[in-house]
Design a protein around this ligand. Structure first.
Ligand SMILES: C[C@H](N)C(=O)N[C@@H](CCCCN)C(=O)O
Length: 720
């Protein structure tokens, strides 16, 4: 037996502290995983809303950058695997890359503090470039960290077990998966709540620093927990860069085939056989097995394209819905919690009830069939998302096109008015009322005539804009005010006031006092019943209004304000609150999570079962790459596709996945399952290598020799 083999066997037989048959060290690893997944999913839950409402990017840019980040998170595992296998080993790789990860989370949290650049203290950052630069730097560091440690942590956990602990090893992987989903569940519940709080030094804003700060803290905890277990781990040395070895072998086969392309050279059974000149037969056979599986991976990215849109498009969709569940209010970014909740309940149900039942019925539900069905479930989830989107679109206001203008008229005059616009549309508006809805005009230059008073005025409207014409107590000074032309951000409500009272008013929620006849700027209020106090020196009164999600109101304050104790204030609804309930997203979450269980969980098991023992990391890296490519597809479609209707984009993705699942099922039909160990044993025996049994015997002999030596030494020591 070689020295290397003896070292390896000694490592495997190193005695570790045990509790209930489990190595104590895995406690640190599962807690570390829980905290790390909390950190990752917590940050991811609020990321798209941070892009949309803090950096003020549009939906498409926010979606693209979100998916570019997720893609990077799934490309970096290759780097992590290479560093661990060929240089640092898993333990050091996890420590160093976790430090990078924690720094990234802290940088990301700092980038969300609006006060650092809000020099004019108006609540919005003044130097967006700095915030964008910091957040991009933070995200790159996070992607390096989370992706880099991804292939190492589970494998490092596996290293802690000895040969006789295979049952405990399986339990460890189940607990590990529970920790992933437990961390994800808690963080997607908590960080949106933190985000919805208000905080700030100069002005109170949505508390993104807290929403990103808590995941950063959890990453530091994760690192500390991992380091605490340091003395107890079994630390294996780097085993050599198998990914690089595989690439070199494939590269040589291609080059050699090209060199011998003339018909003078006889064909070989498989193109990888062109590596025979340089590489041993066993390695070539192993590469062939890996390539067979990698070929099957080609259609898989499309599944992830749909799956990972939970955190982007679906979260943005939820911002246009109502999260009032009576007993509690759900934030749009909290809807993602449905995924881990369903995973935690569905995995045991599938494993213990559904799959055994299917088997009992004599149906063949092989892993590749499960994966195909998983894809179809994901496609159905997107059909549901499209249907929900159609319902939402029905409730959205008809905002003007770029050539149109929309106008609403508010009458603060003390009697009814007949308002004629451009000698065509005549609106009869009572005192302290507004026109019913907006009038849409296909031209911008208009004349407004107040028929009873003979006042006429010309106005130039904004093309593609929405405006309100305020007719104050002195109609001759009527004026235009620009209105919002999209739903208010983050499902909040936009409110403004027209002061019809005779003097300056102080109103809670408004930045400054409101002059008479003036209309205020918008201020945003959250869902629920909000109280407004209006005061002027000694006089004050208050009124309350209940808000839903995503509405806009103009409150008309009459001249009789204090004599009627605020009761005469009129609320004009400019944009109706979201009326489609977030519960309607549950079916699409249910379908995509069923797809995840069938596709993701099965796919990972399938990859492991079909990979030779020393090449599991290659397939793990390939599997994660499919995830990265899937996210790149979303950003290409979001940036290039630019479909005018969101529901059409959902249907496009669903159709693409159905087409891909048909291709995958054909590929799967021609795939023959193998037992890599058996194939390897056959080649070993063909090559005259020592069979596995022999190796085991040798290992046992070596252990006995070790024991004998130990006994001899003990005897010697006793003698001394
Ligand atoms: C939380 C989610 N349901 C989950 O289980 N995530 C796993 C697997 C991710 C599969 C690729 N997107 C994780 O490791 O985070």
């Amino acid at each position: 037996m070689t020295d290397e083999k003896m070292d390896e066997t000694k490592k495997k037989t190193k005695k570790t502290a045990e509790c209930c048959g489990f190595p104590v060290s895995i406690f640190f690893i599962v807690v570390n995983e829980f905290c790390e997944r909390f950190s990752y999913y917590g940050m991811r839950a609020v990321l798209v809303l941070y892009f949309r409402y803090f950096l003020l990017w549009d939906d498409d840019l926010a979606t693209s950058i979100y998916h570019a980040f997720v893609a990077l998170c799934y490309l970096t595992p290759i780097m992590g695997a290479i560093i661990a296998d060929s240089w640092l080993g898993k333990f050091k790789t996890i420590i160093y890359l976790s430090v990078v990860y924690a720094v990234g989370q802290v940088v990301m949290a700092v980038s969300t503090i609006h006060d650092i650049t809000d020099t004019d203290r108006d609540g919005t950052p003044n130097n967006f470039t700095l915030h964008i630069a910091l957040s991009m730097l933070g995200l790159i560091l996070i992607a390096l960290g989370t992706g880099g440690i991804k292939p190492c942590v589970a494998a490092f956990g596996g290293d802690q077990f000895q040969e006789h602990q295979s049952r405990q090893l399986n339990t460890f992987f189940s607990v590990f998966y529970l920790c992933i989903n437990g961390g994800s569940l808690l963080s997607t519940l908590i960080t949106p709540v933190l985000r919805a709080q208000e905080c700030g030094i100069h002005t109170q804003q949505q508390c993104y620093p807290l929403a990103f700060g808590v995941p950063a803290a959890l990453m530091v905890v994760s690192l500390v927990v991992f380091i605490s277990g340091s003395g107890m781990y079994v630390k294996t040395d780097p085993e050599g860069n198998i990914i690089w070895a595989v690439c070199k072998c494939i590269g040589f086969a291609i080059k050699n085939r090209f060199r011998h392309r003339s018909s003078a050279h006889p064909k070989r059974e498989h193109w990888m056989d062109w590596a025979n000149e340089k590489y041993d037969k066993l390695l070539i056979a192993q590469v062939k097995m890996v390539l067979k599986v990698l070929f099957l991976y080609i259609p898989l990215p499309m599944f992830w394209t749909l799956f990972d849109q939970k955190g982007s498009r679906w979260t943005l969709q939820a911002t246009t819905m109502s999260g009032d569940f009576r007993a509690f209010i759900l934030q749009p970014d909290q809807m993602q919690t449905v995924n881990p909740i369903l995973i935690l309940t569905m995995v045991p149900i599938m494993d213990r009830i559904i799959f055994p039942l299917i088997k009992k019925c004599g149906l063949d539900f092989s892993p590749l069939k499960r994966m195909t069905v998983g894809m179809l479930f994901a496609a159905m989830a997107f059909v549901c998302a499209a249907l929900v989107q159609i319902e939402i679109d029905k409730t959205l206001p008809d905002f003007p096109s770029s050539s149109e203008s929309q106008l609403k008229v508010v009458n603060m005059f003390n009697s009814s008015l007949n308002v004629t616009i451009s000698h065509k549309d005549t609106l009869l508006i009572d005192s302290l009322e507004s026109s019913a809805g907006y009038v849409t005009l296909d031209h911008q230059e208009i004349t407004v005539s107040l028929n009873s008073s003979g006042i006429t005025k010309n106005f130039s409207l904004i093309a593609g804009g929405r405006q309100t014409l305020i007719i104050p107590s002195d109609p001759s000074v009527m004026y235009l005010k620009e209105d919002i032309k999209s739903k208010p951000r983050e499902g909040r409500n936009a409110v403004r006031f027209v002061n019809g009272w005779t003097a300056v008013l102080n109103i809670t929620n408004l930045e400054s006092n409101l002059e008479p006849t003036v209309i205020s700027n918008y201020s945003l209020v959250a869902q629920g019943t909000r109280k407004f106090v209006l005061s002027n020196g000694a006089q004050s009164c208050e009124f309350s209004q209940t808000f839903g999600f995503g509405s806009s109101y103009t409150f008309l304050i009459p001249s009789t304000l204090f004599s009627t104790d605020c009761k005469s204030i009129k609320a004009v609804e400019d944009i109706q609150p979201n009326s489609v309930h977030m519960a309607l997203q549950i079916p699409q979450y249910f379908l995509i999570t069923t797809g995840e269980v069938l596709f993701s969980v099965t796919g990972l098991q399938f990859s492991y079962s079909q990979a030779p023992k020393n090449m599991k990391s290659v397939l793990q890296a390939g599997w994660l790459c499919t995830n990265a490519v899937g996210n790149i597809i979303v950003l290409i479609v979001a940036e290039l596709g630019k479909l005018p209707k969101q529901w059409a984009e959902y249907l496009l993705f669903a159709s693409l996945l159905v087409a891909v699942s048909v291709i995958f099922s054909v590929m799967a039909y021609f795939y023959t399952y193998i037992d890599p160990a058996e194939v390897e044993a056959q080649i070993r025996s063909e090559l005259g290598f020592e069979p596995e049994e022999e190796k085991k015997k040798e290992t046992l002999e070596m252990e006995d020799k070790d024991k004998d030596q130990q006994n001899e030494q003990e005897v010697k020591q006793t003698k001394i």
